[in-house]
Design a protein around this ligand. Structure first.
Ligand SMILES: *[C@@H]1O[C@H](CO)[C@@H](O)[C@H](O)[C@H]1NC(C)=O
Ligand SMILES: *[C@@H]1O[C@H](CO)[C@@H](O)[C@H](O)[C@H]1NC(C)=O
Length: 254
């Protein structure tokens, strides 16, 4: 009795230790980091994820990053949140900053050779520096950082669908934004009035499209699958009489 209790304790304790251990090793990973744009800047243009005009505004608030292939994942990584911190330079503050993937890191052979690379907005890069030392950190160029995937916490926001210009009665393209949790999407489906679920195709980054042989029957529901496989339905989120360039807010989020 006593010995079997002891064995159970040991088994339990070692599995707990294993959990603690695997948690810490799967935590921070190494990557390179550079910066773009001015101090406090968010960068320019829409970025390869298609979040035009949303980058400076909450919830992103310019705390954004372009990322190399292992993080951008051909656009499937758009919207995911990461903590990034630097420790290897005297100007580093050491505190992690949280950024959202909004773009693909353009060019740069040296960086492509790295397993992971973040090209951070000016604002995010500067936030890794000690107060008043942002210029010193910038002078260091391509710095070493640690990063960790974290859930996006967009408290109080519901998932928004912006119908993109170019959509027409037979063709719908929507930018999907403000997902909490995983932040990124692995699949999107739509359901027309009275119809069954049909897969949408990724047009670019966070923009998904559907081409129909005949006029789409609204209202249209949209079902999301996040990168960890969680499904969520925004029922009838695209109303009848929908228009291009309009945003339709759901009442759901992860
Ligand atoms: C970072 O982004 C800027 C702006 O797009 C670009 O000019 C620069 O080459 C990028 N740096 C790296 C290392 O990719
Ligand atoms: C996401 O939420 C923010 C804050 O409410 C809003 O400014 C932004 O436009 C939303 N995104 C879309 C695509 O509507």
């Amino acid at each position: 009795m006593a010995s079997s209790f002891f064995v159970a304790c040991v088994a339990l304790a070692s599995s707990c230790l294993f959990l603690l251990h695997s948690r810490s090793v799967s935590g921070w990973l190494e990557s390179g980091a550079t910066w773009y744009d001015l101090h406090q800047g968010a960068g320019t243009g829409g970025g390869a994820c298609g979040y035009q005009g949303d980058m400076e505004k909450p919830p992103f608030s310019s705390m954004i990053t372009a990322a190399g292939p292992s993080i951008f994942k051909d656009g499937k990584g758009c919207g995911a949140c990461y903590q990034v911190k630097c420790t290897g330079n005297a100007a580093c503050f050491g505190r992690p900053v949280t950024v959202v993937v909004t773009d693909e890191r353009p060019g740069g052979e040296a960086c492509l050779a790295e397993a992971a690379h973040f090209n951070l907005s000016g604002k995010a890069f500067d936030a890794m520096a000690k107060p008043g030392q942002a210029d010193n950190l910038r002078d260091a160029g391509n710095i070493r950082v640690q990063y960790d995937r974290v859930p996006c916490k967009w408290r109080g926001l519901d998932i928004a669908f912006r119908v993109k210009a170019g959509s027409n009665p037979n063709y719908l393209a929507v930018l999907i934004d403000n997902e909490s949790g995983d932040g990124d999407l692995s699949a999107v489906e739509l359901q027309q009035r009275g119809g069954s679920w049909a897969l949408m195709q990724e047009l670019l980054g966070a923009v998904w499209k559907y081409n129909s042989m005949s006029a789409l029957r609204a209202p249209i529901s949209i079902r999301l699958t996040s990168s960890s496989g969680k499904k969520l339905v925004a029922s009838n989120v695209i109303p009848s009489g929908w228009q291009a360039d309009k945003t339709y807010r759901s009442i759901v989020n992860y």
